[in-house]
Design a protein around this ligand. Structure first.
Ligand code: NAD
Length: 344
Protein backbone atom coordinates (compact mmCIF):
# COMPACT_ATOMS: atom_id res chain seq x y z
CA UNK A 1 0.00 0.00 0.00
CA UNK A 2 1.49 3.36 -1.06
CA UNK A 3 1.74 6.24 1.39
CA UNK A 4 -0.91 8.87 0.59
CA UNK A 5 0.12 12.55 0.62
CA UNK A 6 -1.75 15.81 0.88
CA UNK A 7 0.32 18.43 -0.93
CA UNK A 8 0.00 21.88 0.61
CA UNK A 9 0.61 24.76 -1.80
CA UNK A 10 0.13 24.72 -5.53
CA UNK A 11 2.97 26.91 -6.76
CA UNK A 12 5.66 26.25 -9.31
CA UNK A 13 7.50 23.47 -7.52
CA UNK A 14 4.30 21.53 -6.86
CA UNK A 15 2.84 21.82 -10.34
CA UNK A 16 6.05 21.46 -12.35
CA UNK A 17 7.93 18.87 -10.31
CA UNK A 18 6.09 17.26 -7.43
CA UNK A 19 2.76 16.30 -8.97
CA UNK A 20 4.53 14.63 -11.92
CA UNK A 21 6.98 12.94 -9.50
CA UNK A 22 4.17 11.05 -7.77
CA UNK A 23 3.59 9.17 -11.02
CA UNK A 24 7.25 8.12 -11.06
CA UNK A 25 7.35 7.04 -7.44
CA UNK A 26 7.02 3.48 -6.22
CA UNK A 27 5.79 3.96 -2.66
CA UNK A 28 3.99 7.32 -2.77
CA UNK A 29 0.57 8.43 -3.93
CA UNK A 30 -0.96 11.87 -4.37
CA UNK A 31 -4.15 11.76 -2.26
CA UNK A 32 -5.20 15.39 -1.71
CA UNK A 33 -4.35 18.99 -2.59
CA UNK A 34 -4.55 21.88 -0.13
CA UNK A 35 -4.57 25.27 -1.84
CA UNK A 36 -5.91 28.81 -1.68
CA UNK A 37 -7.05 28.71 -5.30
CA UNK A 38 -9.95 26.26 -5.55
CA UNK A 39 -10.42 26.42 -9.31
CA UNK A 40 -6.79 25.77 -10.06
CA UNK A 41 -6.68 23.02 -7.45
CA UNK A 42 -9.74 21.30 -8.95
CA UNK A 43 -8.15 21.41 -12.35
CA UNK A 44 -4.84 19.98 -11.13
CA UNK A 45 -6.64 17.38 -9.04
CA UNK A 46 -8.55 16.10 -12.07
CA UNK A 47 -5.37 16.09 -14.16
CA UNK A 48 -3.67 13.93 -11.57
CA UNK A 49 -6.41 11.40 -11.01
CA UNK A 50 -8.05 12.91 -7.91
CA UNK A 51 -11.69 13.77 -7.39
CA UNK A 52 -13.15 17.13 -6.34
CA UNK A 53 -13.52 15.78 -2.80
CA UNK A 54 -9.71 15.58 -2.56
CA UNK A 55 -9.34 19.37 -2.80
CA UNK A 56 -9.15 21.35 0.46
CA UNK A 57 -8.75 25.02 1.29
CA UNK A 58 -6.19 26.09 3.90
CA UNK A 59 -9.07 26.56 6.36
CA UNK A 60 -10.30 23.02 5.72
CA UNK A 61 -6.88 21.50 6.44
CA UNK A 62 -7.99 19.81 9.68
CA UNK A 63 -10.63 17.83 7.76
CA UNK A 64 -7.76 15.66 6.60
CA UNK A 65 -7.72 14.18 10.09
CA UNK A 66 -10.41 11.70 9.11
CA UNK A 67 -8.72 10.72 5.85
CA UNK A 68 -7.06 7.42 6.64
CA UNK A 69 -5.63 7.25 3.15
CA UNK A 70 -3.63 10.43 3.86
CA UNK A 71 -0.70 9.49 6.08
CA UNK A 72 1.58 12.41 5.23
CA UNK A 73 1.59 16.02 4.11
CA UNK A 74 4.11 17.70 1.85
CA UNK A 75 4.52 21.39 2.75
CA UNK A 76 5.39 23.44 -0.35
CA UNK A 77 4.64 26.96 0.85
CA UNK A 78 6.76 30.11 1.38
CA UNK A 79 9.33 29.41 4.10
CA UNK A 80 7.80 31.29 7.01
CA UNK A 81 4.52 29.37 6.61
CA UNK A 82 6.16 25.97 7.04
CA UNK A 83 5.94 26.08 10.82
CA UNK A 84 2.20 26.66 10.99
CA UNK A 85 1.42 23.74 8.67
CA UNK A 86 3.92 21.39 10.32
CA UNK A 87 2.27 22.08 13.67
CA UNK A 88 -1.23 21.70 12.26
CA UNK A 89 -0.24 18.44 10.57
CA UNK A 90 1.33 17.10 13.77
CA UNK A 91 -1.88 17.92 15.65
CA UNK A 92 -3.94 15.78 13.27
CA UNK A 93 -1.39 12.95 13.34
CA UNK A 94 0.09 13.29 9.84
CA UNK A 95 3.76 12.77 9.00
CA UNK A 96 5.46 15.85 7.55
CA UNK A 97 7.70 16.17 4.53
CA UNK A 98 8.67 19.86 4.36
CA UNK A 99 10.35 21.85 1.63
CA UNK A 100 13.70 23.52 2.26
CA UNK A 101 14.66 25.68 4.03
CA UNK A 102 12.87 23.99 6.92
CA UNK A 103 11.70 27.40 8.14
CA UNK A 104 12.72 31.06 8.31
CA UNK A 105 14.45 31.12 11.72
CA UNK A 106 16.13 28.56 14.01
CA UNK A 107 13.39 29.17 16.59
CA UNK A 108 10.62 28.28 14.16
CA UNK A 109 12.54 25.28 12.86
CA UNK A 110 13.04 24.09 16.43
CA UNK A 111 9.33 24.41 17.14
CA UNK A 112 8.60 22.22 14.11
CA UNK A 113 11.01 19.53 15.24
CA UNK A 114 9.50 19.63 18.73
CA UNK A 115 5.88 19.52 17.55
CA UNK A 116 6.49 16.49 15.34
CA UNK A 117 8.52 14.70 18.00
CA UNK A 118 5.82 15.24 20.63
CA UNK A 119 3.05 14.14 18.29
CA UNK A 120 5.01 11.03 17.29
CA UNK A 121 5.01 11.87 13.58
CA UNK A 122 8.04 11.86 11.28
CA UNK A 123 9.50 15.11 9.97
CA UNK A 124 11.79 15.22 6.94
CA UNK A 125 13.50 18.22 5.33
CA UNK A 126 13.16 17.86 1.56
CA UNK A 127 16.87 17.98 0.68
CA UNK A 128 16.45 16.32 -2.72
CA UNK A 129 20.16 16.60 -3.51
CA UNK A 130 21.08 14.09 -0.81
CA UNK A 131 18.86 11.46 -2.46
CA UNK A 132 20.43 11.76 -5.92
CA UNK A 133 22.71 8.93 -7.05
CA UNK A 134 25.26 11.52 -8.25
CA UNK A 135 25.73 13.06 -4.82
CA UNK A 136 25.60 9.68 -3.13
CA UNK A 137 28.39 8.50 -5.43
CA UNK A 138 30.38 11.66 -4.67
CA UNK A 139 30.07 11.01 -0.96
CA UNK A 140 31.08 7.38 -1.44
CA UNK A 141 34.17 8.29 -3.50
CA UNK A 142 35.24 10.76 -0.82
CA UNK A 143 34.64 8.23 1.96
CA UNK A 144 36.60 5.55 0.10
CA UNK A 145 39.56 7.93 -0.09
CA UNK A 146 39.55 8.25 -3.90
CA UNK A 147 40.58 11.89 -3.59
CA UNK A 148 43.04 11.36 -0.78
CA UNK A 149 42.54 13.57 2.26
CA UNK A 150 39.99 16.25 1.45
CA UNK A 151 41.33 19.78 1.87
CA UNK A 152 38.94 22.25 0.28
CA UNK A 153 35.47 22.65 -1.18
CA UNK A 154 34.39 25.33 -3.60
CA UNK A 155 30.65 25.66 -4.08
CA UNK A 156 28.54 28.07 -6.12
CA UNK A 157 24.79 28.47 -6.44
CA UNK A 158 23.57 31.58 -8.24
CA UNK A 159 20.51 32.64 -10.20
CA UNK A 160 18.75 35.80 -11.27
CA UNK A 161 15.50 36.55 -9.45
CA UNK A 162 12.93 38.71 -11.22
CA UNK A 163 11.32 41.57 -9.36
CA UNK A 164 7.75 40.33 -9.82
CA UNK A 165 6.39 40.77 -6.34
CA UNK A 166 7.16 37.23 -5.35
CA UNK A 167 7.56 36.08 -1.76
CA UNK A 168 11.27 35.21 -2.22
CA UNK A 169 12.15 38.91 -2.05
CA UNK A 170 10.08 39.52 1.10
CA UNK A 171 11.81 39.03 4.42
CA UNK A 172 8.60 38.12 6.26
CA UNK A 173 7.93 35.17 3.98
CA UNK A 174 11.40 34.06 2.90
CA UNK A 175 13.47 34.76 6.03
CA UNK A 176 16.36 35.98 3.85
CA UNK A 177 17.50 36.26 0.24
CA UNK A 178 19.81 34.08 -1.81
CA UNK A 179 21.43 32.57 1.28
CA UNK A 180 18.59 30.45 2.73
CA UNK A 181 17.14 29.73 -0.71
CA UNK A 182 19.99 28.68 -2.98
CA UNK A 183 23.07 29.26 -0.81
CA UNK A 184 21.61 26.60 1.46
CA UNK A 185 22.61 23.93 -1.09
CA UNK A 186 26.27 24.94 -0.78
CA UNK A 187 25.98 24.66 2.98
CA UNK A 188 24.15 21.38 3.37
CA UNK A 189 26.00 19.66 0.55
CA UNK A 190 29.33 20.53 2.19
CA UNK A 191 28.03 19.02 5.43
CA UNK A 192 26.70 15.98 3.56
CA UNK A 193 29.89 15.31 1.59
CA UNK A 194 32.29 15.75 4.51
CA UNK A 195 30.06 14.19 7.17
CA UNK A 196 31.34 16.97 9.45
CA UNK A 197 29.77 19.93 11.20
CA UNK A 198 31.34 23.38 10.74
CA UNK A 199 32.68 24.91 13.95
CA UNK A 200 33.33 28.39 12.58
CA UNK A 201 31.76 30.43 9.78
CA UNK A 202 32.33 33.78 8.11
CA UNK A 203 30.21 35.72 5.61
CA UNK A 204 30.06 38.89 3.55
CA UNK A 205 26.76 39.99 2.05
CA UNK A 206 26.13 42.58 -0.62
CA UNK A 207 23.08 44.07 -2.34
CA UNK A 208 23.34 46.48 -5.27
CA UNK A 209 22.36 49.91 -3.91
CA UNK A 210 19.05 51.11 -5.32
CA UNK A 211 18.08 47.73 -6.80
CA UNK A 212 14.38 47.41 -5.88
CA UNK A 213 14.67 43.61 -5.61
CA UNK A 214 16.97 43.81 -2.63
CA UNK A 215 15.23 46.23 -0.30
CA UNK A 216 14.37 43.51 2.18
CA UNK A 217 16.67 40.59 1.45
CA UNK A 218 20.31 40.25 0.43
CA UNK A 219 21.46 39.77 -3.15
CA UNK A 220 24.82 38.02 -2.81
CA UNK A 221 26.71 36.20 -0.10
CA UNK A 222 30.27 34.90 0.01
CA UNK A 223 30.79 32.58 2.94
CA UNK A 224 33.33 30.24 4.46
CA UNK A 225 32.80 27.15 6.60
CA UNK A 226 35.59 25.59 8.67
CA UNK A 227 35.34 21.91 9.55
CA UNK A 228 37.08 20.03 12.38
CA UNK A 229 39.32 17.95 10.08
CA UNK A 230 40.68 21.17 8.62
CA UNK A 231 38.53 21.24 5.49
CA UNK A 232 37.59 24.76 4.40
CA UNK A 233 34.50 25.28 2.24
CA UNK A 234 34.28 28.44 0.19
CA UNK A 235 30.73 29.24 -0.96
CA UNK A 236 29.14 31.83 -3.24
CA UNK A 237 25.46 32.52 -3.73
CA UNK A 238 23.50 35.26 -5.45
CA UNK A 239 20.10 36.33 -6.76
CA UNK A 240 21.82 38.72 -9.16
CA UNK A 241 24.25 36.54 -11.11
CA UNK A 242 23.38 34.28 -14.04
CA UNK A 243 22.56 30.73 -13.05
CA UNK A 244 25.54 28.58 -12.09
CA UNK A 245 25.24 25.63 -9.76
CA UNK A 246 28.53 23.80 -9.31
CA UNK A 247 30.87 22.41 -6.72
CA UNK A 248 34.38 20.97 -6.53
CA UNK A 249 35.92 18.95 -3.72
CA UNK A 250 39.72 19.15 -3.61
CA UNK A 251 41.70 16.27 -2.14
CA UNK A 252 45.44 15.76 -1.94
CA UNK A 253 45.39 13.23 -4.81
CA UNK A 254 42.46 14.32 -6.96
CA UNK A 255 39.44 16.57 -7.16
CA UNK A 256 35.80 15.84 -7.84
CA UNK A 257 33.51 18.28 -9.62
CA UNK A 258 29.76 18.31 -9.94
CA UNK A 259 28.79 20.75 -12.67
CA UNK A 260 25.92 21.23 -12.60
CA UNK A 261 25.59 20.15 -8.99
CA UNK A 262 22.22 21.41 -7.77
CA UNK A 263 19.91 21.34 -10.81
CA UNK A 264 16.96 18.97 -11.15
CA UNK A 265 18.55 17.17 -14.12
CA UNK A 266 21.78 16.64 -16.07
CA UNK A 267 24.07 16.42 -13.04
CA UNK A 268 27.62 15.48 -14.00
CA UNK A 269 30.36 14.02 -11.83
CA UNK A 270 33.96 14.42 -13.02
CA UNK A 271 37.00 13.17 -11.12
CA UNK A 272 40.33 14.71 -12.07
CA UNK A 273 43.94 14.34 -11.03
CA UNK A 274 46.93 16.18 -12.48
CA UNK A 275 47.27 13.25 -14.93
CA UNK A 276 43.71 12.55 -16.12
CA UNK A 277 40.03 13.38 -15.87
CA UNK A 278 37.20 10.83 -15.89
CA UNK A 279 33.49 11.36 -15.93
CA UNK A 280 31.53 8.97 -13.73
CA UNK A 281 28.46 7.95 -15.66
CA UNK A 282 25.49 7.81 -13.33
CA UNK A 283 21.95 6.94 -14.35
CA UNK A 284 19.63 9.83 -13.71
CA UNK A 285 16.49 9.20 -11.64
CA UNK A 286 13.81 11.79 -10.84
CA UNK A 287 15.09 13.50 -7.69
CA UNK A 288 11.64 14.32 -6.36
CA UNK A 289 10.41 10.74 -6.78
CA UNK A 290 13.51 9.55 -4.91
CA UNK A 291 12.96 11.87 -1.94
CA UNK A 292 9.23 11.10 -1.83
CA UNK A 293 9.88 7.38 -1.81
CA UNK A 294 12.53 7.72 0.86
CA UNK A 295 10.05 9.43 3.17
CA UNK A 296 7.35 6.91 2.31
CA UNK A 297 9.71 4.09 3.20
CA UNK A 298 10.37 5.78 6.57
CA UNK A 299 6.64 6.07 7.21
CA UNK A 300 5.97 2.47 6.19
CA UNK A 301 8.88 0.98 8.09
CA UNK A 302 8.95 3.41 11.01
CA UNK A 303 12.45 4.74 10.29
CA UNK A 304 14.15 8.11 10.79
CA UNK A 305 14.59 9.88 7.44
CA UNK A 306 18.12 10.47 6.19
CA UNK A 307 17.45 14.23 6.29
CA UNK A 308 15.12 14.62 9.29
CA UNK A 309 13.89 17.91 10.71
CA UNK A 310 17.05 18.08 12.83
CA UNK A 311 19.12 18.42 9.65
CA UNK A 312 17.08 21.38 8.48
CA UNK A 313 17.27 22.89 11.96
CA UNK A 314 21.06 22.58 12.03
CA UNK A 315 21.30 24.43 8.71
CA UNK A 316 18.96 27.09 10.04
CA UNK A 317 21.33 27.64 12.99
CA UNK A 318 24.31 27.89 10.66
CA UNK A 319 22.44 30.35 8.41
CA UNK A 320 21.74 32.52 11.46
CA UNK A 321 25.44 32.39 12.38
CA UNK A 322 26.35 33.43 8.82
CA UNK A 323 24.05 36.47 9.02
CA UNK A 324 25.52 37.31 12.40
CA UNK A 325 29.02 37.11 10.95
CA UNK A 326 28.11 39.39 8.03
CA UNK A 327 26.57 41.90 10.40
CA UNK A 328 29.47 41.93 12.83
CA UNK A 329 32.26 41.58 10.25
CA UNK A 330 33.93 38.73 12.12
CA UNK A 331 33.95 34.92 12.24
CA UNK A 332 31.26 33.29 14.38
CA UNK A 333 31.88 30.10 16.36
CA UNK A 334 29.40 27.27 16.44
CA UNK A 335 29.01 24.56 19.01
CA UNK A 336 31.49 21.76 18.19
CA UNK A 337 29.34 18.86 17.07
CA UNK A 338 29.79 15.42 15.59
CA UNK A 339 27.26 14.63 12.86
CA UNK A 340 25.44 12.20 15.15
CA UNK A 341 25.02 14.87 17.89
CA UNK A 342 22.31 16.47 15.78
CA UNK A 343 19.82 13.83 16.82
CA UNK A 344 20.16 14.17 20.57
P1 NAD B 1 5.70 29.52 -5.49
O1 NAD B 1 5.68 30.98 -5.28
O2 NAD B 1 5.74 29.01 -6.90
O3 NAD B 1 4.45 28.85 -4.76
C1 NAD B 1 4.09 29.15 -3.45
C2 NAD B 1 2.70 28.62 -3.13
O4 NAD B 1 2.34 29.06 -1.82
C3 NAD B 1 1.63 29.14 -4.08
O5 NAD B 1 0.71 28.11 -4.30
C4 NAD B 1 0.99 30.26 -3.25
O6 NAD B 1 -0.36 30.48 -3.62
C5 NAD B 1 1.05 29.67 -1.87
N1 NAD B 1 0.93 30.65 -0.78
C6 NAD B 1 0.17 30.49 0.32
N2 NAD B 1 0.23 31.55 1.11
C7 NAD B 1 1.04 32.43 0.52
C8 NAD B 1 1.48 33.72 0.87
N3 NAD B 1 1.11 34.32 2.01
N4 NAD B 1 2.31 34.35 0.02
C9 NAD B 1 2.71 33.76 -1.13
N5 NAD B 1 2.33 32.52 -1.51
C10 NAD B 1 1.49 31.87 -0.68
O7 NAD B 1 6.93 28.95 -4.66
P2 NAD B 1 7.70 27.59 -4.87
O8 NAD B 1 8.85 27.83 -5.77
O9 NAD B 1 6.77 26.50 -5.21
O10 NAD B 1 8.31 27.36 -3.39
C11 NAD B 1 7.58 26.80 -2.32
C12 NAD B 1 8.54 26.14 -1.33
O11 NAD B 1 9.30 25.15 -2.00
C13 NAD B 1 9.57 27.08 -0.70
O12 NAD B 1 9.84 26.70 0.61
C14 NAD B 1 10.80 26.88 -1.57
O13 NAD B 1 12.01 27.18 -0.91
C15 NAD B 1 10.69 25.41 -1.89
N6 NAD B 1 11.34 25.06 -3.14
C16 NAD B 1 12.19 23.98 -3.17
C17 NAD B 1 12.82 23.59 -4.33
C18 NAD B 1 13.69 22.38 -4.35
O14 NAD B 1 14.40 22.17 -5.31
N7 NAD B 1 13.64 21.56 -3.33
C19 NAD B 1 12.58 24.30 -5.51
C20 NAD B 1 11.70 25.38 -5.49
C21 NAD B 1 11.09 25.74 -4.30
Amino acid sequence: ERVGYAVIGLGELTTEELLPAFRLSGRSRLAAIVSGDRDEALQKARQHGLSDADVYSYEQFEELRGREDVQAVFIVLPNSLHREYAERAARIGKHVLCEKPLSDTPENAEAMVRACREAGVRLMTAYRIQYTPHHQLARELIERGELGRVKLINSVNTQVEANDGQWRLKRELAGGGSLPDVGLYCLNTARFLTGEEPYEVFAYTHSTPGDPRFKEVEESVSFILRFPSGIIANCLTSYGAAQHRALTVYGEDANLSLDPAFTYTNLRVVQASPEAATEHLVREVDQFALELDHFSMCVQEDLTPYTPGEEGLQDQRILAALYQSAEQGRPVQLERLEGRDLFR
